[in-house]
Design a binder for this molecule. Structure first.
Ligand code: CTP
Length: 400
């Protein structure tokens, strides 16, 4: 993906600058032509000479350097880029971009470019959690910038938490994903994500564990790869990815209605939602008051949306998810067959680095022809990429 591409590596001032050196090495190894732009503060951590030596290109530092303007200039840098990577991106840099400020070579080049921009923030965990920073990051996402979330761990400032620059390998993978081909252009994908809520009374409900992160990652990547994406989403705290049409729902029955409404025009249906299998037989009109020592709830079964789609599959591509706590492959294979799917994504949710509320996953793909493909620990974004590689393959085979 990066072979022969021109990448502008924007380095702003944080302790993680040293990791950008390794990223530069990986980028050049992958065949990219890398031009490094450093802010004044970045140069306090690592000298431009290091980046210059490894990139084989002059490092750009000044907006008004006569030599650099003549050589290349900020507009020329912006124009010639296939991709901008900002790593590490400080809170200051993210803030400037979000506010449309351009007061040095890096922020000016970012503003002037039409190339995709991948920002990789790294900062103290309190800064990262600051609502003002979050607001700026959200603005970037809403305007089509790509943001790779920082990793969690012990930070150079002594704090423990989220804010570390991810491994250079992870940044490289994400950069490759950003440059992904639009191989799903013209494909309508209907996706479900998140949990459903089944109300007991006006203040209480039954639900499943599900952050929606996996389904939202698939939606984001599918849209990036050119698909028309309709996302039927249960309640989550996530931002709807750019270019995705979201239909918010609450209960399983609402999800069923929305799915059936959009299923007709979809060629691919991916059901990542954690649908509640049962709902209270009666929803109390008023808040139920505590009486006695216990409470027995009468539940009734919810519709199985995926089974229903499988029963009248036609030539649609149907993909399910199976989150299991035991006998993963056996249960997943049973669901694949019973629900008449082309493929199922199985994950063991007892693992801490897979499943609910984390950004990584470990999955296996099971196919209708009995094949099983095992993927190692990877970000949910990368799982989404791998899943959509299969979707693209199945979709183009159907059209042949
Ligand atoms: N699913 C669905 N409607 C339901 C339950 C599940 O569409 N009422 C879909 C899920 O979105 C997922 C797949 O079916 O893609 C498997 O869901 P899962 O909860 O693992 O399976 P169940 O069929 O509910 O089986 P069990 O709860 O017994 O494991």
């Amino acid at each position: 993906m990066l072979q022969g591409k021109t990448v502008i590596l924007g380095v702003s001032g944080g302790i993680a600058v040293y990791k950008a050196v390794e990223l530069l090495r990986l980028l050049t190894k992958a065949g990219a032509q890398v031009h490094v732009v450093m802010t004044r503060n970045a140069q306090q951590f690592v000298t431009p000479l290091t980046f210059q030596t490894l990139s084989g290109n002059p490092v750009h530092t000044d907006l008004f350097s006569l030599y650099q303007e003549q050589e290349i200039g900020h507009i020329s840098l912006a124009d010639r880029a296939d991709l901008f990577i900002l790593a590490p991106a400080t809170a200051n840099l993210i803030g400037k971009i979000a506010q449309g400020l351009a007061d040095d070579l890096l922020s000016t080049s970012v503003m002037a470019t039409k190339a995709p921009v991948l920002a990789v923030p790294a900062m103290n965990t309190n800064m990262y959690e600051n609502p003002l920073y979050k607001r700026n990051e959200k603005i970037l996402l809403e305007h089509g910038y790509h943001v790779l979330e920082p990793a969690t761990g012990s930070l150079a400032c002594g704090w423990e938490g989220q804010g570390k620059l991810p491994d250079p390998e992870t940044i490289l993978e994400t950069a490759e994903a950003v440059l992904a081909p639009k191989d799903l252009l013209g494909c309508h994908i209907l996706l479900t994500a998140g949990p459903t809520r089944e109300e007991i009374d006006p203040v209480r409900y039954l639900t499943n564990h599900s952050s929606g992160k996996m389904g939202y990652a698939v939606a984001a990547v599918a849209a990036r790869r050119g698909a028309t994406v309709t996302l039927v989403s249960g309640p989550t705290n996530l931002t709807v990815p750019t270019g995705v049409k979201c239909v918010p729902v609450c209960s399983a029955r609402e999800m069923r209605a929305a799915v059936l409404e959009h299923a007709e025009s979809a060629e691919v249906i991916i059901k990542a939602a954690a649908v509640a299998d049962y709902r209270p037989a009666v929803r109390a009109e008023q808040k139920m008051k505590k009486t006695g020592d216990g409470l027995t709830l009468q539940l009734e079964k919810n519709p199985d949306i995926l089974s229903e789609l499988g029963a009248r599959k036609g030539d649609k591509i149907l993909i399910g998810f199976a989150a299991e706590t035991e006998r993963l492959l056996i249960h997943a294979a049973e669901k694949l067959k019973k629900k008449n799917l082309d493929m199922i994504v199985a994950n063991d949710v007892t693992r801490l680095d897979a499943g609910f509320n984390v950004d990584t996953n470990i999955v296996r793909f099971l196919y209708a022809d009995g094949r099983v493909e095992e993927l190692g620990l990877m970000s949910k974004m990368l799982v989404a990429e791998k899943l959509l590689d299969q979707v693209a393959r199945l979709w183009s085979a159907k059209r042949r």
